[in-house]
Design a protein around this ligand. Sequence first.
Ligand SMILES: Nc1nc2c(ncn2[C@@H]2O[C@H](COP(=O)(O)OP(=O)(O)O)[C@@H](O)[C@H]2O)c(=O)[nH]1
Ligand SMILES: *[C@@H]1O[C@H](CO)[C@@H](O)[C@H](O)[C@H]1NC(C)=O
Ligand SMILES: *[C@@H]1O[C@H](CO)[C@@H](O)[C@H](O)[C@H]1NC(C)=O
Ligand SMILES: *[C@@H]1O[C@H](CO)[C@@H](O)[C@H](O)[C@H]1NC(C)=O
Ligand SMILES: [Mg+2]
Length: 424
Amino acid sequence: FFLSIFVAFAALQTIQSEDVFSASRTASVSISAARDLRYLLYDVNPPEGFNLRRDVYIRMASLVKTLRKEGDDWVLVLPPWGRLYHWQSPDIHQIRIPWGEFFSLTSLQANVPVIEYEEFIAENGGPFIDQVLVLQNYAEGWTDGKWEEKVDERACIEKLLYTKDKQGYYRGWFWGYEETRARNVTCLSAQGHASIMAPVLQKNFTAVSVMLDRAETLLHDHYAGKDYWNTRRSMVFAKHLRLIGDDFRAKYLNSTDDTDRTLYNEDWTRMKSKPGSAIGGPYLGVHLRRKDFIWGHRDDVPSLKGAAKKIRSMMKKHKLQTVFVATDADGEELRELKRLLPDMVRFEPSKEDLELLRDGGVAIIDQWICAHARFFIGTSVSTFSFRIHEEREILGFDPKTTYNRFCGDSEKKCEQPTHWKIVY
Ligand SMILES: Nc1nc2c(ncn2[C@@H]2O[C@H](COP(=O)(O)OP(=O)(O)O)[C@@H](O)[C@H]2O)c(=O)[nH]1
Ligand SMILES: *[C@@H]1O[C@H](CO)[C@@H](O)[C@H](O)[C@H]1NC(C)=O
Ligand SMILES: *[C@@H]1O[C@H](CO)[C@@H](O)[C@H](O)[C@H]1NC(C)=O
Ligand SMILES: *[C@@H]1O[C@H](CO)[C@@H](O)[C@H](O)[C@H]1NC(C)=O
Ligand SMILES: [Mg+2]
């Protein structure tokens, strides 16, 4: 199996430089030669996980689209991955990971102009960010309980995670780039959709590079609307990860795109599957979220016994002999799960493969395999499961096979996930 991963990584090297389809950035250069180039950077609350961060990317892409509609030639700078709370595999380098290791950059670029952080440093002439805007809520909450969209410069509410150095620059986490400095840091209270920042970035803070920290404070401009889906569809997983997932499907799950009717077009702009057209591989796909989801004793998350029982009944109902399980269960729980489901199939890379893929790559491969299953069941309100729903929607699965979740052992009203249809 190591060999196939090695080959996939060799493919990564060639794919990254290849222009698979035209990127909008190049296309816009000549038309917009007169517009000033500006950079939007962002970061998210440190404890947030991989898939909530993917969600925040959609909000920021939407803001950049709004900004580009009038005024300057904005480019979105991709915040390097790293130091995520869940990425705890020991002895692996897990910071300053570029987006190209997890996603197809040409695909992202066909939606909105994006560059990696290191490319920003090079273009910008150094690791300097002109203005950091730390977003926060309003100290007073919603005044008289009425919701209104607003943004105002306010004193910082929480202790600022930036400190001034001897030269008067601000130092901070900056995705693990120690040499990065900010020229100014300001706190803004914001309440509303991502694009409420557009006038503020066009009129109030006119520096070339502006970073929004705590960007998750902003809401989606239009959740599950056309723009949402365009950005979501552009988040194509990196080819080497898809190849490894496909290899695994073929070897261990008797699953290929031809037989499963899950043909994929790397150019997402040309991918439009008919709902219900995908059959999926002959296995049940399971995402069983544990760790922080069980520590709070939430009543919408099952015990392992409860989950195993549900898995067995689903396999029987859908006449499936095989189950693929993606989970973040740790040592003890994993042993228990293996005892309850001795035949379950799992993607468990060797130490060497894990070093190449890292925890983020393994998470994506788990999602990719779940996305190709005949039936899928996920965990209540897990963004990891939500991203699998979307991937299956893109592939053209019947929603009945996708929007299922485990119920807590004694959960009374076990509401199933919402079906969000793609808007093309
Ligand atoms: N490989 C793998 N990692 C998982 C799985 N479930 C959770 N994780 C890890 O835990 C993190 C969960 O955080 P997040 O992505 O925000 O999803 P959420 O917390 O479930 O909404 C993921 O990003 C993964 O790093 C799984 O089934 N497989
Ligand atoms: C932006 O500038 C306008 C006009 O000067 C001002 O009224 C508004 O409060 C400013 N907003 C922010 C967030 O600084
Ligand atoms: C930093 O930003 C604040 C708020 O916009 C502004 O009042 C201040 O003059 C800026 N400081 C510097 C050194 O540019
Ligand atoms: C794999 O799937 C094909 C149909 O897609 C089936 O004919 C074949 O028997 C399966 N092989 C195994 C080992 O289950
Ligand atoms: Mg999370």
